[in-house]
Design a protein around this ligand. Structure first.
Ligand code: NAD
Length: 266
C-alpha cells in the first residue's frame, strides 16, 4: 500500500465491516471517477495503479471527501505485481468484494502495421491482467459467497473501427472473458459483467484522438458528444447494487447510442 499521501491512519484496522472495492488503473480518467463513485456508495476503495503519485492523490481526494480509500501499487501487466498486491490486500483487509478491471492501454495502428510487441503488450494488460486480477479476487470473494466483477471493455470490442486491431480484439476478448467468468463463478455468489464505454473524455482520448477522430466520433454518436467519466462510473456502480444481483454475464454499452446507430443521416 502506498501510504505517504493518503490518510493511512484511517486504515490501521482492517475494515471488516465495510466492503472493499479494488479499481485497477484507478488513479486518473475513468478509474478515478469509478473510485470516487464507489467510495461515495460506501465501499472502502483501493486505488490500484502503476502511477503511485496519481493513485495517492486520488485516494487523498476521496479521504478529503469523507470516503475510505487507500492507494495500492499494481502493474496489471505483471503477474508478480498482481500477486504481491493481492497478498497485501488479503493480509490487510482479508476481503475483496468488488473488482473493477479498468486499467487498460490503447493504440491506433493500421492492421498491416500492427507490431507483435505492441500486440502482446495490449493483450497482456487488457486481457491477461483482467484474467489474473479476477482469479485472485474471485478466490477472496468465494470465501464470503458474494462478489462483483466489472470489466471495462469498450465499444471497440463490439464494433470494428479503423486502426483498432489490437485494442478492439483485446476488448472483444475481455467481453468473452466476462461471460466465461460469469458462468463459472455464479455458483459462488459472484457476478461478472462488462461496461463498454464509447468515447469518454479522459487523458487516454486526449492523447490518442486527433481533432479529426474526435469529429468523426461525434458525428457517429447520436448524443453528439463524448461521455463524462462520471457517466461510465454510474453504470459500474449499478452492477455492484442489489438491483443487479441477478444480472450476470452481460455487456452494457454506455455510448450515447453509438452501437445502436446504423445510418445516421436519412
Ligand atoms: P487513461 O489512460 O486515461 O487512464 C488509465 C489508467 O490506468 C492510468 O491511471 C494508468 O496509469 C493506469 N494504467 C495503465 N497501465 C497500467 C498497468 N499496467 N497497471 C496498472 N495501471 C495501469 O485511460 P481511460 O481513458 O481512463 O480508460 C480506462 C479504461 O477504459 C481502459 O481499459 C480503456 O481501454 C477503457 N475505455 C476508455 C475509453 C475512453 O474513451 N477513454 C473508451 C472505452 C473504453
Amino acid at each position: 500500500m502506498n501510504s505517504p499521501a493518503t490518510n493511512s491512519s484511517s486504515f490501521s484496522e482492517p475494515t471488516s465491516q465495510q466492503r472493499v472495492a479494488l479499481v485497477t488503473g484507478g488513479a486518473v480518467g475513468l478509474g478515478a471517477a469509478i473510485s470516487k463513485r464507489l467510495a461515495r456508495d460506501g465501499f472502502t476503495v483501493l486505488v490500484a495503479d502503476i502511477d503511485d503519485k496519481a493513485a495517492d492523490a486520488t485516494a487523498a481526494e476521496i479521504i478529503a471527501a469523507q470516503g475510505q480509500a487507500s492507494s495500492l501499487h499494481m502493474d496489471v501487466g505483471s503477474a508478480e505485481s498482481i500477486a504481491e498486491a493481492f497478498a497485501e490486500i488479503t493480509e490487510r483487509y482479508g476481503r475483496c468484494d468488488v473488482l473493477v478491471n479498468n486499467a487498460g492501454i490503447s493504440n491506433i495502428t493500421a492492421f498491416l502495421d500492427v507490431d507483435l510487441d505492441r500486440w502482446n503488450r495490449t493483450m497482456q494488460i487488457n486481457v491477461t491482467g483482467t484474467l489474473l486480477c479476477s482469479q485472485h479476487a474471485a478466490r477472496l470473494m468465494r470465501t464470503r459467497s458474494w462478489g462483483r466483477i466489472i470489466n471495462i471493455s469498450s465499444i471497440s470490442g463490439i464494433r470494428a473501427g479503423a486502426g483498432r486491431t489490437s485494442y478492439g480484439t483485446s476488448k472483444a476478448a475481455a467481453i468473452g472473458l466476462t461471460k466465461q467468468m460469469a458462468i463459472e463463478l455464479a455458483q459462488y455468489g459472484i457476478t461478472a459483467n462488462s461496461v463498454a464505454p464509447g468515447p469518454v473524455d479522459t487523458p487516454m482520448t486526449r492523447e490518442l484522438h486527433s481533432d479529426k477522430t474526435r469529429e468523426s466520433y461525434v458525428r457517429g454518436i447520436p448524443a453528439k458528444r463524448y461521455a463524462t467519466p462520471e457517466e461510465i462510473a454510474g453504470a459500474v456502480a449499478y452492477f455492484t447494487t442489489d438491483d443487479a444481483a441477478y444480472v450476470n454475464g452481460h455487456v452494457l454499452p454506455v455510448d450515447g447510442g453509438f452501437v445502436a446507430a446504423g445510418l445516421l443521416e436519412i
